[in-house]
Design a protein. Structure first.
Length: 527
């Protein structure tokens, strides 16, 4: 039975893998299997989460607001690298046809679009000596060690482990935007090809018009080179009458259509195509070329997107690692003691052996080139104190166990004596809330000076008890440092969690519910 006239049908529920009309091919892309890369936001918290999920330990990313001595003094040493974000322009591309990539520098060319964040991180962590990379990255580094930069770039593009972590920060709109950019580039390429084809066609027509008059006349009259006519019909009477028609000029005089033009205007040359008007012809508009140029100009600013590059020291030299460059760029040697150790090198010398002093002038110059507005961002890859502070706390707990064992051999019931009490927050065996296990404490080393002091105090109960008090007092700042570092990690994880949560499906469902209740139109009208 057909529905009653005027009856409204309820909208069908939209599944997560299909659109409103049930077309699964138009469903939003899945970021876990999406083949491309998305543009990353310059947020240190996101970079830290990416590094941890890649398995990298011992480094963290921190934003830098000023390049002065006071700001740099607060950075946790060692500073492994700088990550510089700026608006990339075609003028930034450098010709490096004669350069090469040294074997001791791991460098990958950025072959895919929007992957500069991950390429900058990989170019950094693969050049830090002794860094814990994790199994996946270590295997990847070993696999690509003997590759050239371009092959490494292709390998990174095919590295699903890194791509999945990179794209985990993408929203549905980011994936659609990247697809639109790819479609726009393809369309732009097609328009450019059409413009080139139109240009070739016009050149061929112009060459035909400039050919000898006899050849033009024969072709215009339908006569082939063998003298045979290509026209099968004779001129009609109407055509003959039209050829003898006389035209009236503005002064009332009549002249033959075949008579010379007035005001000294001459006929077109025999080789030129006939014109219906004596006015000067308008310049021909290159439709395809104009559209292509307009599209190029319209998207020029959009294509000048933001780009990440890295600066870092490698074996006494400072290197600029830009994935869009063909090879890494050596900025100079800073030396071990502030002097260039290579007598045959023409590189610039550093200042006091600090590699950062070699980079600051270039970064300052780049920032000065930026126009009004915030068009750059600077981050530093630093030593992460969390791991070392956990190790120090485990060493303290191990030392406390050794001192307690020495006291057990000197006196029974010493724990009930003054100075023998153990506060409840003291770590002696394990501390899950601080990320320290009993295994960590068991395999930690005791402090060397404490062992020497124990040997010196052998048999002296009061001195050993006093030493225990010193060890207990040293643990409090260590616990605070570990908690502060863990709080920073939790803050990064919280920012990443909010960024990764895509509210698009929720908004789509909410708007669908409003439309089903027939209130969406009123809300839009009232807005």
């Amino acid at each position: 039975m057909p529905p009653k006239k005027g009856a409204k049908r309820k909208a069908k529920a939209i599944s997560g893998n299909s659109t409103a009309n049930g077309d699964a091919s138009l469903a939003p892309p899945d970021r876990s299997t999406w083949p491309g890369w998305v543009e990353m936001e310059s947020e240190p918290a996101f970079f830290n989460v990416m590094l941890r999920e890649m398995g990298v330990q011992g480094v963290k990313v921190q934003e830098i607001y000023e390049l002065d001595e006071n700001m740099l003094a607060f950075l946790s040493e060692p500073v492994h690298a700088f990550i510089f974000l700026f608006r990339y322009k075609d003028a930034d591309a450098q010709s490096q046809s004669n350069g090469s990539c040294p074997k001791h520098v791991w460098f990958a060319n950025q072959t895919p679009d929007y992957a500069c964040a991950s390429f900058a991180l990989l170019n950094i962590v693969n050049n830090i000596p002794g860094l814990r990379l994790g199994k996946e990255l270590q295997d990847f580094r070993d696999f690509t060690q003997d590759m050239d930069p371009l092959s490494r770039g292709d390998a990174v593009d095919d590295f699903a482990f890194v791509k999945r972590i990179h794209n985990s920060f993408a929203r549905e709109t980011d994936l659609l935007h990247a697809d639109m950019q790819l479609w726009s580039k393809a369309d732009k390429h097609k328009r450019r090809l059409a413009a080139e084809k139109a240009k070739e066609t016009r050149a061929a027509k112009k060459a035909l018009q400039n050919s000898p008059p006899a050849e033009i006349s024969e072709k215009a009259n339908g006569v082939t080179p063998n003298g045979k006519s290509t026209w099968s019909s004779k001129p009609t009477a109407k055509k003959s009458a039209m050829s003898n028609l006389r035209e009236e000029d503005p002064d009332g005089d009549f002249q033959s259509s075949a008579s010379p033009l007035k005001n000294g205007e001459a006929h077109h040359s025999e080789g030129a195509a006939p014109r219906r008007s004596a006015r000067e012809p308008k310049p021909r508009k290159d439709t395809y070329a104009t559209d292509a140029n307009a599209a190029d100009e319209a998207t020029a600013t959009e294509e000048e997107g933001f780009h990440f590059i890295a600066y870092m020291p490698i074996q006494g030299h400072v290197w600029k690692l830009d994935g869009l460059d063909r090879h890494p760029q050596d900025l100079g040697s800073f030396g071990e003691n502030g002097a260039d150790n290579d007598d045959n090198s023409s590189s610039k010398e550093g200042d006091g052996g600090d590699w950062k002093q070699l980079v600051i002038p270039e970064l300052t110059a780049r920032m000065a080139q930026c126009e009004t507005g915030i068009q750059f961002n600077l981050m530093a890859v630093l030593h992460d104190p969390l791991q070392s502070e956990r190790e120090a706390l485990a060493q303290n707990a191990k030392t406390l166990q050794v001192v307690d064992a020495a006291l057990d051999g000197l006196a029974e019931g010493w724990r009930e004596m003054e100075g023998g009490e153990t506060p409840s927050d003291i770590v002696t065996t394990s501390a899950a809330e601080l990320g320290i296990s009993a295994f960590d404490i068991e395999h930690a080393e005791i402090l060397g000076d404490v062992q020497e002091t124990l040997d010196e105090y052998a048999g002296d109960f009061l001195k050993v008890l006093g030493l225990r008090g010193e060890v207990v007092a040293q643990q409090r700042p260590l616990r605070l440092a570990v908690r502060d570092a863990m709080t920073a990690v939790k803050g990064d994880d919280e920012k990443a969690r909010h960024r990764r949560h895509d509210y698009t499906s929720f908004l789509r469902g909410w708007l669908g519910a409003l439309a089903e209740e027939e209130v969406l139109g009123d809300l839009v009208a009232a807005a």
